[in-house]
Write a protein of this length. Structure first.
Length: 288
């Protein structure tokens, strides 16, 4: 199948590698070509603009950083919409706003182009291993067409509902991510202050009621002093702000999420390009 992919960052690269391994023809674009060289070396074709990616593909995926990046890539000069053909499918895998996902779906309908929002969870490990959770919003018939491609990328694939519902599902997921990674950091700070062996604490927590994905996957990185990003601090902060805005629109209060947003805002001042496990650096014992 002819597949387009815009965005060759940490997550996009892992996904593209799996698509290539599954023998799909993949055309890629990234604002910085150098970040696409690894997938080009494996057989991906380079396109000069997002529009050129859409022209070369039947299904095009995007995974970029922020909602404004999505707007630029989809609707800007030489954006996807300017290159897509009637009958094409465009899928945004960026964690973005539910409202923008709905707007893109409406614009797509006007152009005869099907649109899905499909944010993911599972980090760099899930992207590399093809084990992502994928949360999809959009029409059921379009979802069914793309499902075989999603199955190359991930294992837990859920259609959450109409356009925008994939983004709402991702917001609910990342509220939990923030809560568990903050909980991990506080647990580690307490254990460190009490003079406990953190390797022992890790084995207790991950095998008991305190266990979580964050404990299992992020705590070993902290213990190894590995703060490279599988999921950037700056991106989780963006997600928390999207979630709080959406919650306000729905008339609900999320006090724990508000506190997590404050903590990650503080962390982002100096560690925005590190992984979310760097949250431990807000406590002196791990500040380095």
């Amino acid at each position: 199948m002819k597949i387009g992919f815009v965005g060759t960052g940490v997550m996009g690269t892992g996904i593209i590698n799996n698509l290539l391994a599954a023998k799909h023809e993949v055309t890629v674009y990234n604002r910085t070509r150098g970040k696409a060289e690894s997938v080009i070396a494996l057989g991906a074709k380079w396109a000069a603009t997002p529009a050129d990616v859409a022209r070369a593909a039947d299904i095009t995926f995007t995974m970029v950083g922020y909602p404004q990046d999505v707007i630029d890539v989809w609707t800007g000069h030489d954006g996807l919409f300017s290159g897509a053909k009637p009958g094409d499918i465009l899928v945004d895998m960026t964690t973005s706003t539910p409202r923008l996902a709905e707007e893109l779906a409406e614009q797509g309908r006007d152009l005869g182009v099907a649109v899905l929002d499909a944010p993911v969870s599972g980090g760099d490990i899930g992207a590399k291993n093809g084990t992502l959770s994928i949360m999809v919003g959009g029409e059921l018939t379009v979802y069914a067409q793309v499902l075989p491609i999603f199955q190359v990328m991930g294992e837990n694939i859920v259609r959450a509902g109409a356009a925008g519902k994939g983004q709402h599902m991702k917001m609910s997921n990342n509220i939990g991510v923030a809560a568990t990674v903050v909980g991990m950091a506080e647990s580690m700070a307490y254990a460190q202050a009490a003079g406990l062996n953190l390797d022992d604490a890790y084995n207790v927590w991950r095998n008991g009621a305190a266990g979580s994905w964050s404990v299992t996957h992020y705590m070993p990185r902290v213990l190894a002093e590995d703060f490279t990003a599988g999921f950037y601090v700056k991106h989780l902060l963006k997600d928390l702000r999207i979630a709080l805005d959406a919650a306000a629109d729905m008339g609900i209060d999320l006090p724990g999420t508000r506190q997590a947003e404050r903590l990650f805002d503080q962390l982002n001042q100096t560690h925005g390009d590190e992984g979310v496990q760097a949250i431990v650096k807000l406590w002196a014992a791990f500040a380095g």
